[in-house]
Design a protein. Structure first.
Ligand SMILES: [Fe+2]
Ligand SMILES: [Fe+2]
Length: 166
């Protein structure tokens, strides 16, 4: 495949991933404003953009490996976000005194560490035939196994903010 197409796939993957997240946020806002049907449409389009993003990623060279390789890649990405990427972003936001952003970036950094830990555990769980349920904090993205905590250990959100993801 010519180089340009590979770049275009990467561009389209990033754009569609963003559109999916943006439409999901629009859906939540519509829900809050009482526009249930519009929220449904935003969610449907968000899901469709995810289909596009996944399709492009699968067409890109070397992006999807075996599940063992993908676990390792996912683990390394979380570590990189925790150790290299978020610390820089936190520093920039702190320098500009953007307290809300510092908080969001800091909580995400802590959560990425937890994600890395879960990936590491999953490799051992596979061998031990252990199959935990995962609950995700809808405020900060922290994940717990088997049950939602009374309060999120990273952001303090209450139990009701956790969603079971299957
Ligand atoms: Fe993560
Ligand atoms: Fe949280």
């Amino acid at each position: 495949m010519p180089e340009k197409t590979e770049k275009d796939l990467a561009y389209a993957f990033a754009a569609e991933s963003k559109a999916a997240a943006r439409n999901d946020a629009f859906a939540r806002k519509a829900e809050l404003d009482g526009y249930t049907q519009i929220a449904r449409l935003f969610r449907a389009v968000s899901n469709a953009e995810s289909v596009h993003a996944r399709r492009y990623l699968m067409l890109m060279r070397g992006k999807i490996g075996t599940t063992e390789e993908n676990l390792e890649t996912a683990f390394q990405n979380e570590i990189k976000a925790n150790v290299e990427e978020y610390p820089k972003l936190i520093k920039d936001a702190a320098q500009e005194d953007k307290k809300g952003v510092v908080k969001a970036f800091s909580q995400s950094r802590d959560v990425e560490d937890r994600h890395a830990e879960l990936y590491k555990k999953a490799m051992n769980d596979m061998l031990a035939d252990r199959e935990p349920d995962y609950y995700v904090c809808q405020v900060c993205g922290y994940i717990t196994e088997d049950e939602a905590p009374d309060n999120c250990p990273v952001c303090g959100a209450v139990k009701a903010k956790f969603t079971l993801v299957n």
